[in-house]
Write a protein that binds this ligand. Sequence first.
Ligand code: ADP
Ligand code: ZN
Ligand code: MG
Length: 474
Amino acid sequence: MPEPVIGLEIHLAIRVDTKMFCGCAAESFGSEPNVHTCPVCLGLPGSLPVTNREAIEKAVLFSLALHCRVPELTQFHRKHYFYPDAPKNYQISQYDRPVGEHGWVELDGGRRIGITRCHVEEDAGRLAHPPYADHSLVDFNRAGAPLIEMVTEPDLRTPEEARAFLAQVQAVARALGVSDASPEQGKMRADVNVSLRNPDGSLGTKVEVKNLNSFKSVAAAIAFEVRRQGALLEDGREVAQETRGWNEGGQRTYLLRSKEESADYRYMPDPDLPPLTLEPAWLDDLRARMPELPAARRERYLALGLKPADAEALALDLEAAAFFDAATEAYAGSAQTVANWLTGDIAGLLNAGGRSLAEAPLRPEGLAAMLRLLDDGTISGKIAKEILPEVLEGEGPEALVARKGLTQITDEGALAELVERVMQANPAVVASARENPKAINALLGKVMQESRGTARPDAVRRLLQDRLATPGSD
Ligand code: ADP
Ligand code: ZN
Ligand code: MG
């Protein structure tokens, strides 16, 4: 089987208030069609674009985080093509002076994936094709919304690697506040390029699969293309250079366009938009304001002693990481214990309720308080799991335990009394436990039941063993 070679082109919607070159709202999710429009984003004659400074700043910040070289001068070009979702008949994009070039992203295994470039461009409108109608509709709300397009080198090798890469890019974009990077809202979209390496080691003919809107489809489309191209080659046939689409229902790619001529977009510098100078002092300022990125966070978690899988999962989830950090600080105990609860029982309850951590009333201090009750022996692990659903709803663990009388019985006298009572009530079980040491578990179970889980099992076992070893004492 020849080696798969994969490169990605990713579009991220930049999180800003207004569009790239006008004052219309950039966010139009859920709006009526064509309400966020003006002469600039509709491409009316005589209108002039003005560059959104914040969008540039975010794209540069993102480029820096991906270790790109950021030039002193960046510039916008017109990319000409005719399509009904592009009102100007050109798209303002970048050409030979993008905001970032030659960067990389390091995967968890340590392998670096090259970033060819990051550039800023405007989004297109949206076409709708009403069923059974003799016309199509166009909505320009999204036209002119700011995007970052990032292109990778053909460095990825497997569907899983592509998926891990996307998760990493998403986490970086979110950590920086550059983009919501939510594929389900169309704020992170990917095209994938797939080929199989030639026997002589050179790159094979690539196929591009357009417009994938989930990480899962990216992985599935790559896996499908690797199989399809592999079968063609095995048959002694050739892979044709083509652009394909993804059929989600059928989990297969299909032909969109074959044998593409490289399009002539007649790129030209946009005469309405002067090149932008990116001052070194401004870049230094951005670098200094760079928040902790997922890769650094993962290292920090590994240093705290977290298992690699937990360190990775938490590092990629901004919300969970913030919660984890606050809970770990408030608890001042084992970080792995906090991670275990977060990724185990708490994640389970949240999943079951279809909620995220941020949507639950639980605060980091609440989890820390419960863990301290566990550590100092006030409650057992079993009780902790029992009260967790209420703790998740924001109940204070101390008050909850006190109100429900769930404090662990640590008083030896009270415990001995309880053991005595259970033994008196179950003479047959006591007799069999004297014969067979394993039967002690039946008594232990009864004591635990009687205490509603508030007895310490190890202490009960010790007391039972003592009492059973003293003949005639019952
Ligand atoms: P095009 O000119 O067709 O747009 P580019 O060279 O700009 O091609 O590359 C577009 C994307 O395709 C990049 O992500 C790049 O890494 C990837 N790519 C290029 N060649 C290959 C190949 N042989 N196999 C897989 N991906 C490739
Ligand atoms: Zn506008
Ligand atoms: Mg290209």
